[in-house]
Design a protein around this ligand. Structure first.
Ligand code: NDP
Length: 437
């Protein structure tokens, strides 16, 4: 029977492990992997990268109760930043109560390009290439037949004249990569097309490479939050919604704010991308390019209000060409565990969960920013990091955190002074107790 997640954050690590094992994990292998904190072995790491001398760990957390298209997910998060998981959990809970996220995949294809230069007549070359479109698509598919067998493959080929400091003729290949992100697939296909494209254009090929500007892999997540979920006080709730809409306008208008607005979205998205073994650099690059698709860099999400229904409405659209197969996904035990936690979603489902998480993270950040301010929630967690950095033992951390909050000074020097004071008092007590024995 499913229990509710209330109080999960306050449990001990062992209690949390037991809870997650019983509530969110299906396979025995995944349960054992979680229990044993199974990580990437040095032998596999050595196969994945070069010059390997070790492995690197980060905190592995869960954000429960993420409701997307009527299905509830326990979302794995890999992040070292204090308060990110707490904020996402808080937001997901409110949004679940308000009805959850609705998400939609508009399309799922990857785009690759071959850049041709020194083309003597670009119009003529364009016509020559397009007249051979069917043959070129077939040639691309023959270069990677396994994706065709899986139901995917090259779908479209377009040509454009691009001019900057030099003139190019660029051939764009659109490929259905099924469950993979498709970088190696696309690169193989594009390499295979180069000789034919050079012959047809009578030009030279400069490169053939996947583009991370995945405009054919757009995903939208929306949520509608009745004002009453924002605050019990009606006026306060409406004022909060109004300010969040204003914050959204601000992120549309000012690139300084838009950058931080989007960084906040990526606090959640990257955490889930890393946990599921996806290439977060690829998704970041595509999303930041998409944030400036109309010529100015803007916030990726928008928040609106419906005064009739008394709802705050959030919407986030971005390219999300994630994978559930390929790359290092099957090789890292933590990544395998993440896919199990999520219930083995397809690449399309995973993309919808990830964009929803981005919107949840954004909701939490904006709500905090326009009300209590971001530092309010951060204070305790920041103090905890400082206490650890100052060298406090597990038993000393809570007391040092309390002292730092009371002093309202959050820097390492202060933490070290306070910790020294504890030591001093401890020693004094010891001397006194010895003296009075
Ligand atoms: P892979 O090269 O790993 O190819 C996908 C693999 O998944 C294939 O071996 C394929 O098997 C297998 N697979 C199993 N089931 C499926 C299925 N249902 N649908 C699709 N594939 C399936 O990965 P990608 O081509 O996706 O490339 C991603 C990797 O490339 C990432 O590691 C990324 O970091 C890296 N990369 C990224 C670049 C970029 O973003 N610009 C550039 C270069 C590399 P089969 O062969 O039998 O079809």
């Amino acid at each position: 029977m499913k229990k509710n997640w209330n109080g999960f954050a306050k449990k001990s690590i062992q209690e949390r492990l037991e809870f997650v094992k019983s509530q969110a994990l299906t396979s025995m292998e995944a349960q054992e992997s979680l229990e044993q904190n199974e990580n990437l072995s040095i032998a596999v790491a050595d196969q994945l990268s070069e010059n390997v001398v070790g492995t690197f760990s980060l905190p592995y957390s869960v954000v429960p109760e993420v409701l997307v298209n009527g299905q509830e997910y326990t979302v794995p998060y890999v992040t070292e930043e204090p308060s990110v998981v707490a904020a996402a959990s808080f937001a997901s809970k409110i949004i679940k109560r308000a009805g959850g996220f609705t998400a939609q995949v508009h399309q799922r294809q990857m785009i690759g390009q071959v850049a041709l230069y020194q083309v003597p007549d670009r119009d003529k070359a364009c016509q020559a290439i397009l007249s051979q479109k069917a043959e070129l698509l077939e040639q691309a598919n023959q270069a990677y037949p396994s994706i065709v067998k899986r139901g995917g493959g090259a779908r479209e080929l377009k040509v454009e004249k691009i001019s900057g400091e030099a003139d190019f003729l660029v051939v764009y290949l659109h490929v259905d990569t099924q469950e993979a992100m498709g970088a190696n697939m696309l690169n193989t296909m594009l390499e295979a097309l180069k000789p034919s494209l050079e012959a047809l254009s009578q030009g030279q090929s400069l490169m053939g490479i996947l583009s991370n500007y995945a405009t054919d892999s757009l995903v939208t997540a929306t949520c509608r939050i009745a004002f009453r979920y924002l605050s019990r006080q009606k006026d306060e709730a409406r004022e909060l919604a109004e300010k969040m809409v204003l914050a959204s306008h601000f992120a549309q208008a000012d690139p300084y704010r838009a950058t931080t607005h989007n960084k906040g979205i990526f606090n959640g998205i990257d955490a889930l991308l890393i946990a599921t073994g996806n290439d977060w650099r690829a998704i970041e690059a595509g999303a930041h390019a998409y944030a400036s698709h109309d010529g100015a860099y803007r916030g990726l999400s928008r928040w609106m209000m419906n005064l009739e229904t008394e709802e705050l409405i959030g919407e986030l659209t971005m390219p999300m060409p994630v994978a559930t197969k390929g790359g290092s996904i099957g090789l890292n035990p933590r990544v395998v565990l993440s896919h199990d936690l999520l219930g083995h979603p397809s690449a399309k489902e995973l993309a919808q969960i990830i964009v929803s998480i981005g919107l949840a993270q954004n909701f939490a950040a904006l709500k905090a920013l326009v009300s209590t301010g971001i530092q309010h929630g951060h204070m305790k967690l920041q103090a905890k990091s400082l206490a650890l950095l100052a060298g406090a033992t597990e038993a000393e951390v809570p007391k040092l955190v309390e002292s730092l909050i009371a002093e309202k000074t959050f820097n390492l020097e202060k933490a070290q002074i306070l910790l020294k004071n504890f030591d001093h008092k401890k020693k004094l007590r010891l001397i006194q107790s010895e003296f009075f024995v």
